[in-house]
Design a protein around this ligand. Structure first.
Ligand code: GLN
Length: 189
């Protein structure tokens, strides 16, 4: 049984907890470095990336999070993706830069800024579909050489990974399908 931490400063951490428990693992709410140290993996949920980053710095969690991401796996969804990326797009401070992606925030414009649509998952060469819940979602506009796409919406890459970091622009925790949480739990060391 793995201990999966969920950064719970802000955003929709409860739904991630339920998804992890559904997969048969233990979920821990992380609000300090001591609890983080007990975790095998971490999830940074959706929410509002400006607020989340302000709280990370206010609570002095930046160093602990960057250290964690250098040895253990982190999944970031939506705002969590923005916090893990390399671009500082209208953010109060640098993001954690643990995955080499460039991101555009609120990239779908005002009228369609929230929608549900089919996403094509490509895990280990196997193609399946997933119901993607996009809420004022960002877009990944550039992927670094060590970043592998894992899912597409139309032409857009909406989920990607490097060795330890996995990100999605949508909210897998809001769909009654634990495929993506299970992939994170089972395919990262
Ligand atoms: N629009 C938010 C941001 O820029 C992200 C929205 C979300 O996490 N659902 O931080």
């Amino acid at each position: 049984k793995q201990k999966i931490g969920i950064l719970s400063l802000q955003g929709d951490f409860l739904k991630h907890k339920q998804a992890i428990e559904q997969c048969g693992h233990e979920a821990l709410y992380v609000r300090d470095a001591e609890t983080l140290q007990k975790c095998d993996k971490l999830i940074i949920p959706g929410g509002e990336s400006t607020t989340m980053l302000l709280l990370i710095d206010k609570l002095n969690l930046r160093e602990a999070l960057v250290d964690f991401g250098q040895t253990k796996a982190i999944m970031g969804t939506c705002a969590g993706l923005i916090v893990l990326a390399t671009t500082r797009e209208h953010l109060p401070s640098d993001p954690l830069k643990l995955i080499d992606i460039k991101v555009k925030r609120n990239a779908y414009g005002r009228q369609v800024d929230s929608f549900i649509d089919t996403v094509r998952l490509e895990f280990e060469g196997k193609e399946t579909t997933f119901e993607g819940v996009f809420i004022r979602a960002p877009k990944i506009v550039e992927l670094g050489a060590d970043v592998k796409p894992l899912a597409y919406h139309g032409q857009d890459v909406v989920m990607a990974r490097n060795q330890r970091i996995m990100v999605a622009t949508f909210h897998p925790e809001l769909t009654d399908d634990s495929t993506i949480h299970r992939y994170f739990i089972e395919n990262f060391g």
